[in-house]
Ligand binder design. Structure first.
Ligand SMILES: C[S@@+](CC[C@H](N)C(=O)[O-])C[C@H]1O[C@@H](n2cnc3c(N)ncnc32)[C@H](O)[C@@H]1O
Length: 149
């Protein structure tokens, strides 16, 4: 199913359209007073992560943008996140994938710490091309998480 979704997405040029929509939005975020140092774009319900991987491969959103895909933690979906991560690593793409529930994303914290230890302010923009379900049970704690910096 996810392979077919990716094929349809490519045929309909969904990643390009999203990039086209995101451009002015990110420009507006960057021009706000007290603009963030960086912007995190999170694809919720990312499946195999083809949208995030396309955005990373084409480097269209800018060097201040971090790309994250999240998908629900369950056996099948954990496999999706793992496969998305593997595909991104194979292509050496600057993006990452996290198991997380769309209803429990907790990523509004403006402060994040860089590898150098300097505090930076990040804004988060959520996108999705998924039908989001309310899971009947909570994900366990093994590897599940929120897309923190
Ligand atoms: C129809 S697929 C779409 C996948 C991808 N966005 C695409 O366009 O190919 C829906 C995805 O949303 C994920 N999903 C559904 N409910 C979710 C939730 N509550 N939190 C996170 N992901 C969820 C599913 O695991 C699945 O991978």
């Amino acid at each position: 199913m996810h392979t077919e979704l990716r094929r349809l997405s490519e045929e309909l040029r969904i990643p390009e359209r999203l990039a086209h929509l995101l451009g002015p939005l990110l420009t507006a975020v960057r021009s706000t007073p007290g603009a963030p140092d960086r912007i995190r774009v999170v694809d919720v319900g990312c499946g195999l992560g083809h949208v995030v991987r396309w955005l990373a491969a084409h480097d269209v959103l800018g060097p201040d943008v971090e790309l994250v895909g999240v998908d629900l933690h369950a056996d099948l979906h954990a496999a999706l996140v793992a496969e998305a991560t593997r595909l991104a690593e194979d292509e050496n793409l600057p993006c990452r994938f996290v198991r997380a529930n769309a209803f429990r994303l907790d990523d509004t914290t403006p402060e994040a710490t860089t590898a150098q230890g300097a505090a930076t302010r990040a804004a988060t923009v959520y996108i999705s091309t998924a039908h989001i379900d309310a899971p009947s049970s909570e994900p366990d704690s093994s590897g599940a998480g929120t897309p923190r910096g």
